[in-house]
Design a protein around this ligand. Sequence first.
Ligand code: DUC
Ligand code: ZN
Ligand code: ZN
Length: 468
Amino acid sequence: MGGLLFTGGTIVTADGSFEADVLIEDEKIVAVGTDIAANGTETVDASGKLIMPGFIDAHTHMAMPFGGTVTSDDWATGTAAAAAGGTTMIIDFALQEEGGTLAGAVETWTEKAKDKALIDYGFHVAITDLRDDVKTELPSLAAQGVASVKIFMAYKGTPLYTEDDDLFETLQLSKEAGVLVLVHAENGDVIAKLQEQALVNGNTAPRFHALTRPPEVEAEATGRAIRLAEVAGAPILVVHVSCAPALEEIHRAHERGQTVYAETCPQYFAFSYDDLAREGFEGAKYVCSPPLRDESNRPALWNGLKVGDLQIFGSDHCSFNYRGQKEMGADDFTLIPNGLPGAEERAMALWTLGVREGRISENQFVAALSTNQARIYGAYPRKGALVPRRGRGHRVVGPGALDHGDGEQPPWQRRLHPVRGDDVRRWSRGGVRAGYLVYKDGEILGEHGSGRFVERNFTATRGLEAKV
Ligand code: DUC
Ligand code: ZN
Ligand code: ZN
């Protein structure tokens, strides 16, 4: 395969920024330096552009059955959206089916992904039924390169919901197996009770989604999960942290020296409870869990990203159409499928609201979108770094231009997104995966099915307890 030489760009890594050329050959970065000779290699003029490691989005839900329907992006449209946002690898949630095994979940998700993925991918398995045979099976995940599992403390009354005893045992078993446990931390019992009371009182509008999931139920579950991990002596990762009280629990754990990783997402910075409370049924577009919060939470979340209490920024891409899907909850907010897209908008949102506003540095931006994701999820340095490497293994690089145009809505953008038309869209000019361009100037150039499964593990690069 021919190479690619990027010239004249500024390399931005998690540690610093510097001027350099980048040469990619045979799917690997072979040189980063100045005045690299082209020798006939296809050259991309990256003057005035920033070159960053390909972004990793470790929080997506493609073609996932949820809330009585299936997310509207499959692995073709969803990975195209991610590629357009500079992302070159996703880690998606493979759901264990009722009565099914963990291997079955990986198999089902592999079928969904393999002919459609445009970029590289991995899986976390969402454990929904910790039977005895599943406990025995869990350690085999690490050997398959699936180094993380997820537990839902919310969604009582659905197969996702998990009680504390199973969460605790999952933490114990995962620690032994070298698997990281992710938690969706909201108190499912309290939410179910508040929802029941809201409906009895005729409170059916979308905004009651937030009013029945107040910040305290997220904070309580976050603190509980962290303490259970402490008892188990296991690391833990809290996904989609949305509010200051939950972040306080994480900060306290860090002060105690506990290994707690935490993610936040673009929707908690771009939108607020006011969007959920829009006129009529418009608020349904903004229903996700944890819900959108009051803007007063934002300074704490920015500070969390800045000081490292929040190490990663994932999209929680979980798209549903307004017509026919969000509308399922027209008379009852509890039936509105939970989720917003964001795989494409994630980096733009963090750049526009974070770096451009001086809240975080461009290096912290790269850390949250790429390097920390690779480190925490066991893919570093094959992913998340811009360094020359010997030997086999493919490398990624995603050059992004800071100018962003308007343009027509590209075909993969048919999903509903509240920021459509906003000035944060379409900023990434090109994305490279396995040494060739998958996306350039609004066009998808890669082939569906060319994305590869990336095995992740913690033994090669660091212990689970290592600091990011
Ligand atoms: N939250 C969402 O908004 N959608 C999918 C699952 C989740 O936890
Ligand atoms: Zn979740
Ligand atoms: Zn999610």
